[in-house]
Design a protein around this ligand. Structure first.
Ligand code: PEP
Ligand code: MN
Length: 639
């Protein structure tokens, strides 16, 4: 049952409730949600719920209708975020896990780990205990394999996961790995689930070969009832009468499961299909269906693999899949969990003594706007959730914060797919030569109609938001709220803050979901923008002396530059010729007026480059054809 606690409950009252539940043999989990704090009490219940309902501090008692309790969405409405090492799974992220089916040798796992890391994997997989259909097949290297796996994970900065097959191995394995994998064949090995659950560690729970969704969630319940709340579900295909593929991928299980449970669900297109050429399309299908990530088998010599070679991708095929997943992410409102998430750990250590860290030791990242702004979402997509954000009034203030060392990074918008370039930030980059671009992130802009709790659609007579928000939701406003007054505001999240503060019950604001959540407001209509292809890309900026740390973990493939040109026919043509002959692909070119030099222009360009060194080789010849040439930064493209 779910015991909803009153907002003003005292600690003593809470302890009394917990003691009574414990005396009755129930397992208790306290869950602090956005709206309420609840106690989940599960187990063999002999209590009359009314007995608890009458206790001081209890708002209500609600039974959980599903047989799985701790795993159910009824108990916990918000998505669970599972933390594996320094990678987070769940919420608005897509996490790529990859590696061989089995660890075969130290050399093999090292080579594959390096390749998948380079391609964009953030978690390394590799079996050391293999549950094989035939007793004569390769059974895995056992503990020796775990040692190699750990070493490869450490070497390439990835947490590791591997399958556990026996309860007696659990303790030994816990010292080598970051996440247990329960294989399909063991999904209902209840003794194993109990032992693994007791560790409290993250668990990747594969769906059984012929398990229903309910049985699968009951297996998760076993893990949770025994002590872990860090469970990731994995759809890996089920046994059907169809023989064309190894298993039948149950793609619809992903959205179905997401409705039923708060736990993240990922997909395994390798075991689901058993065929290399089906892995990428089915992987994309899983992400499109809402999966929080993929686990993919990759091998550098699949033809020689000791297990599952035919379904293993080559590293370059995996890299292509990662790029395609990355392109798909904005469509499903997510972003690819990428390398910088692993970075803040070493950044933290390195910067712990500087002023760019808050007193608690976390990194400070500046953005422009109010709390809950789209820019804050961009910050969250790049950095760990525990970074401290510094909201700034203007772009200029954010540059100043980085320049003065109040923030180590700033994440600022540079282009919107509907509105075009945000020239202010390009111009500010010119004015702050000590600040450089180190990263890029893309956010899909989803506008929502937000009101004070309880306000009805019929009551709305005014709509506040940034002028661009009004323009981007024009069709909705004309159709649904033709008589409402449209009031331009300086920013979207600020409009939410404003109507929240005034408590106006006739006003609505248009902004992103995080702004509504931050101010405890209600979303009346979601996704009201006319054109859903509305993305903004942001640069991650830092002072030049800090750039290397970010870039070394996130290999740049773009350079942003600015230059002016001699006033003669063909000067731009000559400059472009140099780019062409150096194999630098121009992705964007924009001309900007030069401050203080009327009717003269500088150019801003983004160039795709094979690597920083290749680009630098071309710099002397570019300089010959241009003037005032400046490199504004190097970064890994997010689109
Ligand atoms: C594996 O991940 O290598 C594996 C054996 O998977 P499953 O349990 O899904 O068959
Ligand atoms: Mn396998």
């Amino acid at each position: 049952m779910i015991i909803v606690l009153k907002q003003d409950i005292t600690n003593k009252q809470k302890d009394d409730i917990k003691s009574l539940l414990k005396e009755n043999g129930l397992i208790i989990r306290e869950i602090k949600g956005k709206e309420d704090t609840v106690l989940g009490a599960v187990g063999v219940n002999r209590m009359d719920p009314r007995q608890i309902e009458l206790m001081d501090g209890v708002a209500s008692v609600v039974p959980i209708s599903k047989p799985y309790k701790l795993a159910s969405r009824e108990l916990k409405k918000e998505d669970t975020i599972v933390t594996v090492g320094n990678v987070k799974i769940g919420g608005p992220r897509v996490v790529m896990m990859a590696g061989p089916c089995a660890v075969e040798s130290e050399k093999q796992i090292m080579e594959i780990a390096g390749a998948v890391r380079e391609a964009g994997a953030v978690i390394l997989r590799g079996g050391a205990f293999k549950p094989r259909t035939s007793p004569y097949s390769f059974q895995g290297l056992g503990e020796e394999g775990l040692r190699y796996l750990r070493k490869a994970g450490d070497e390439f900065g990835m947490p590791v996961t591997t399958e556990v097959v026996s309860p007696s191995d659990v303790e030994m394995m816990a010292s080598y790995i970051d996440m247990f994998q329960i294989g399909a064949r063991n999904m209902q090995n209840f003794e194993l689930l109990k032992e693994v659950g007791k560790t409290g560690m993250p668990v990747l729970l594969k769906r059984g070969l012929s398990a229903t969704i309910e049985e699968w969630l009951m297996a998760a319940e076993y893990l949770m009832a025994n002590g872990t709340d860090q469970v990731v579900l994995c759809e890996r295909g089920i046994r059907t009468y169809e023989k064309a593929t190894r298993n039948t991928l149950d793609c619809s299980a992903v959205p179905v499961v997401q409705k039923l449970t708060h736990l993240p669900v990922i997909g395994d297109p390798s075991h689901a299909t058993g065929m290399r050429d089906l892995v990428a399309p089915m992987g994309l299908a899983l992400v499109a269906a809402g999966a929080s990530g993929l686990i993919v088998e990759v091998h550098n010599h699949p033809e020689k693999a000791l297990s599952d070679g035919p379904q293993s991708l080559l590293p370059q095929q995996f890299e292509k899949l990662v790029r395609d997943v990355q392109a798909l992410c904005p469509v499903v409102g997510k972003s690819l969990e990428s390398v910088p998430r692993i970075m803040p750990k070493n950044l933290k250590e390195e910067s712990a003594t500087e002023e760019t860290t808050a007193s608690s030791g976390e990194l400070v990242v500046a953005f422009q706007g109010e709390r809950g702004a789209y820019s804050e979402l961009a910050v969250r997509n790049v950095f760990d959730d525990d970074v401290k954000v510094l909201p700034c009034k203007s772009f200029h203030d954010a540059f100043e914060a980085v320049n003065k060392g109040q923030a180590r990074y700033a994440v600022l918008p540079v282009e919107n797919t509907l509105g075009g370039t945000i020239v202010d930030n390009i111009d500010l980059l010119q004015r702050y030569p000590g600040i450089t671009i180190v990263g890029e992130v893309q956010v899909r802009i989803v506008h929502n109609l937000i009101v004070n709790p309880g306000v009805r659609f019929e009551d709305i007579t005014k709509v506040y938001t940034h002028p661009q928000g009004l323009a981007q939701c024009k069709e909705f406003l004309e159709r649904e709220l033709p008589d409402a007054q449209q009031i331009p505001f300086f920013d979207t999240a600020g409009a939410v803050a404003y109507i929240s503060k005034t408590g106006d019950r006739h006003a609505a604001a248009i902004a992103g979901a995080p702004a509504a959540a931050y101010h405890d407001m209600e979303i009346l209509r979601e996704g009201i923008e006319t054109n859903p292809r509305n993305y903004t890309r942001f640069y991650v900026l830092t002072r030049e002396e800090n750039a290397e740390v970010f870039r070394s973990a996130n290999k740049p493939d773009r350079a942003a530059v600015s230059f002016t040109l001699p006033d003669r026919p063909g000067s731009l043509y000559d400059a472009l010729e140099v780019l062409k002959s150096n194999n630098l692909n121009m992705k964007k070119l924009e001309s900007r007026p030069i401050a203080g030099r009327p009717w003269e222009y500088s150019f801003f360009a983004e160039l795709e480059m094979p690597g920083i060194e290749d680009f630098q080789k071309a710099v002397p010849s570019i300089k010959q054809q241009t003037a005032d040439f400046r490199i504004l930064g190097y970064y890994k493209s997010a689109h």
